[in-house]
Design a protein around this ligand. Structure first.
Ligand code: FMN
Length: 303
């Protein structure tokens, strides 16, 4: 028997696989057993409702997809009133994902959500490339000082496990990861999408209504692996690996590079059961390779 349990801060997961924020609505529960996953991460919410970006908001690219949803959501009150009752039925830990324009907004979200019993952790989305976070036009996770300021503000108002979600759109991920750690994050998750664009040569227009969008899927995996390894080697926090994970082999690659857990995004649009197949695949890989526990796999890259 292999042990699939893993720990992210005080958050105990029965296995290391989660679906990434914004890619796996609870409606997937009609197709697959969500409770087979390690935890459920809700779509990012903001303090006030957001209508998102103009259409088209999604397009396919070679080995990936571009999205410019722009954090469409009903806001904090709607989440508590209309989403939490359904999410309470889940038998796995619930991670709420939050984004704000400034420290005050993040604080209010964190303080309020900390009072909701079902929520076990907060993933702090510092890295959505499709919205302006109010950091002088930059993403919060593109600036070590801004990352520190926001994570510290959240840390002060919550005892929940805090996971800072970082951006690949940076020169040096290590500085940002260290800032999140110093400010009190329990863990980091990376990567969010990479800013890109697509062009229609007939109309001579950008394909996306927002002009740019976030690239996800297999195309970004090599970049994500490199960044997970850099973050793992430069901090002591657990790292959650994200980016182009389509099957269990991809997930194992991330764990060898230092990920204590993984999140699956774009693969859910191809196959709603992808994440569950990845749980089973990791278990078989461990049996075959005589690996007893997840921690024996984490960072075991021979390099
Ligand atoms: C359609 C779509 C919506 C997304 N919405 C969110 C979101 O609300 N919050 C967030 O933190 N990340 C969001 N993401 C980013 C994913 O969680 C993930 O970080 C990214 O897609 C990379 O993983 P992947 O290559 O497995 O898709 C979204 C991605 C996609 C494709």
């Amino acid at each position: 028997m292999v042990k699939l349990e893993t720990k992210i801060g005080r958050l105990k997961l029965k296995n290391p696989v989660m679906a990434a924020s914004g890619t796996f609505g609870t409606e997937y529960g009609e197709l697959v057993d969500i409770n087979s996953l390690g935890a459920y991460i809700a779509k990012t919410i903001t303090l006030n409702a957001r209508i998102g970006n103009p259409p088209p908001r999604v397009c396919e690219t070679p080995s990936g997809m571009l999205n410019s949803i722009g954090l469409e959501n009903g806001g904090l009150d709607d989440f508590i009133k209309n989403k939490i009752p359904g999410l309470k039925r889940l038998k796995i830990p619930l991670v709420a994902s939050i984004a704000g324009d400034d420290a005050a907004e993040f604080k209010e979200l964190a303080r309020t959500l900390s009072k909701v019993k079902k929520i076990a952790a907060l993933e702090v989305n510092l890295s959505c490339p499709n919205v302006k976070h109010g950091n002088r036009g930059f993403l919060i996770a593109q600036d070590a000082d801004a990352t520190y300021e926001i994570v510290e503000a959240i840390r002060k108002v919550t005892a929940l496990t805090v996971i800072a979600k970082l951006s690949p759109n940076v020169t040096d991920i290590r500085n940002i990861a260290k800032a999140a750690e110093k400010a009190g994050a329990d863990a980091i998750s990376l990567i969010n999408t990479i800013v890109g664009m697509a062009v229609d040569i007939d109309t001579k227009r950008p394909v996306l209504g927002n002009i740019t969008g976030g690239l996800s899927g297999p195309a970004i995996k090599p970049i994500a692996l490199r960044m997970v390894r850099e973050a793992y080697n430069s901090t002591k926090m657990p790292v959650i690996g994200i980016g182009g994970i389509m099957d269990y082999k991809d997930a194992v690659e991330f764990m060898l590079c230092g990920a204590s857990a993984v999140q699956v995004g774009t693969a859910n649009f191809v196959n709603p059961a992808a994440s569950i197949g990845i749980v089973e695949g990791i278990a078989s890989y461990m049996v075959k390779n005589r690996i007893k526990e997840i921690k024996d796999l984490v960072g075991a890259l021979k390099a």
